[in-house]
Design a protein around this ligand. Sequence first.
Ligand SMILES: C[S@@+](CC[C@H](N)C(=O)[O-])C[C@H]1O[C@@H](n2cnc3c(N)ncnc32)[C@H](O)[C@@H]1O
Length: 273
Amino acid sequence: MADDAAAAAGLDAVIDTTVSHSARIWNYWLGGKDNFAADREAGDRVAAMLPSIVTQARADRAFLGRAIRYLAGEEGIGQFLDIGTGLPTADNTHEVAQRVASGSRIVYVDNDPLVLAHARALLTSTPEGRCDYVDGDLRDPEAILTEAVRTLDFAQPVALMLLGVLHHIPDTGEVYEIVRRLVAALAPGSYVTINHSTSAVHGAAMEEAVAHWNQVGTPSMTLRTPPQIARFFDGLELLPPGVVSCSRWRPRPTSGGQLPAEVDEFCGVARKR
Ligand SMILES: C[S@@+](CC[C@H](N)C(=O)[O-])C[C@H]1O[C@@H](n2cnc3c(N)ncnc32)[C@H](O)[C@@H]1O
């Protein structure tokens, strides 16, 4: 989006288009159009330092699709709480879930005003299902849950989706506590799906790219190790293959049988007993 188009749409009253932002840089890497010059510049600089970042963003999004198809198709999950939604793009959570089960209900949550401004594209539910959008902050899980009950029945299983968002909470103790409080609200048989950035694959190159991101963009990012990411699933039944690079979570089989290259985004899916 050009900056003058943002002004025409009135978006410049709610967002600072001169400061790059995670949701819009992510949208740029995914090939979307809802980003501004500052986001593209920041995105290009990070990609110059770490060319694999674009593959990583796309692998993250492909994991979202595989995880939802599994949960909706094989586990019969019909309710999704997607926190840290991001800007609408191809194959949003409700589109994937409702293609499998048209009655699926989805609550999207994000704290970015631009995501809110584009929320209409996230609310194109099937007539049998339902979608809602909550302008909420992950750091206040109770406020999110209070609004989510308008659409989701927490007495029944829900899939909690925390994709690419937990690394925006810098305090590791706080982020474990947030996940614990959200999981406590879920019924047995619910699922927790997480992916989170790490530097386990690309090491210093990833760390430098994130340090740069933290100078130019908001919100900040905190990398965590795979064992730290695995701790989010404490007390839950982690499904095979466990916590792995998201490109390797149940990837589509290739003709040669080789696994896709790992990316610095590790993930897992777990069931609440
Ligand atoms: C990298 S994007 C991930 C988008 C999508 N979940 C995906 O995996 O493709 C991170 C999203 O988390 C949102 N976010 C960051 N901190 C948040 C917070 N404290 N509460 C709610 N959303 C947050 C950002 O606005 C952004 O839309």
